[in-house]
Design a protein around this ligand. Structure first.
Ligand code: NAD
Length: 277
């Protein structure tokens, strides 16, 4: 099947990590790309992006030959998300693919979690995804076409100690996606969740995550956690490289996936096979 060129693609959380890599991959396919990121740090969360990171993404998009724009904004704000979509529509007249990728993580026993640790994670990973997608739906409905992809996680279909905020939010993404997929299917708009295992980004490689995986060590480093991460999945892969994650997102946006909707695509070395659903 021939892949469409010249699509308009929007990616939230696009300043670094997976979001940046997804944006660049779409740019290399010939897409026009808008990225948005909050570009500030939540206390207690894994390292988030800066405005310099966002500027670097836009520079790389230009080097990849893409017409692009980059905005600072918070996915939890409906005004920010409308501004994101409106900017694309004013510049390019449509939105073909929307990747609700922005997310955050923080860890701790649920009873010890501070209110901000709970609120920042659940409001970004669930409310932010819903607010983003609600902002783009009218444009896609008017077009009677579109691809919506929301990033969930392998953690979405299991529980995990010290991870209640993150697991609850990512389970929620799948429920949201399945519901919206049914609503939009008659219009030819697909809505899917993308569920990767650990991915080699700042969210995986940081002090708090390493300590969670190796509480027996005072100062664990990457080599100390590799085996523990790999033990989570039967293919024994510690973490996905960025291109492995992006391949899943490109598939859900591809022509070959035009009848795939309401799915949660696992790219997880078989971790998902342990899950009941
Ligand atoms: N890295 C992993 O191990 C892993 C595994 C499974 C799922 N995920 C999910 O993948 C997605 C991408 O994460 P990543 O691995 O690239 O990590 P990352 O921290 O590099 O990227 C996340 C980006 O989202 C941005 N962001 C956070 N909250 C935001 C908000 N409210 N509004 C706008 N932008 C916001 C951050 O600033 C950051 O640039 C997230 O949804 C994450 O939960 C990550």
């Amino acid at each position: 099947m021939t892949e469409p060129v010249d699509r308009v693609v929007l990616v939230t959380g696009g300043a670094k990590g997976q979001g940046r890599n997804h944006a660049l991959a779409f740019a290399r396919q010939g897409a026009r790309v808008g990225v948005m990121d909050i570009c500030r740090q939540f206390p207690g969360s894994a390292p988030m992006a800066t405005e310099e990171d966002l500027a670097t993404t836009q520079k790389l998009l230009g080097e990849a030959g893409a017409d692009s724009f980059a905005l600072v904004g918070d996915t939890r704000s409906s005004a920010d998300m409308r501004r994101f979509v409106d900017t694309a529509v004013e510049r390019w007249g449509r939105v073909d693919v929307f990747v609700a990728n922005a997310g955050v993580a923080s860890f701790g026993p649920v009873v010890e979690m501070t209110d901000p640790m709970w609120d920042d994670v659940v409001s970004t990973n669930l409310d932010g995804v819903a607010t983003s997608i609600r902002a783009v739906i009218p444009t896609m409905v008017a077009q009677r076409s579109g691809r919506i992809i929301a990033t969930s996680s392998s953690v979405a279909r299991e529980g995990g100690p010290n991870n209640a905020n993150y697991a609850a939010s990512k389970w929620g993404v799948i429920g949201f996606v399945k519901s919206v997929a049914i609503e939009l299917a008659p219009l030819g708009i697909t809505v899917n969740a993308f569920s990767p295992m650990s991915v080699s980004t700042d969210m995986c490689h940081n002090e708090a995550t390493y300590k969670l995986f190796r509480p027996d060590l005072a100062d664990p480093q990457e080599d100390d956690v590799r085996e523990t991460f790999a033990g989570l999945n039967p293919m024994h892969v510690p973490w996905l490289e960025l291109e492995d994650a992006t391949a899943g997102v490109l598939y859900l946006a591809s022509e070959g996936a035009r009848y795939v909707t309401g799915a949660a695509l696992d790219v997880a070395g078989g971790w998902n096979a342990y899950h009941g659903a």
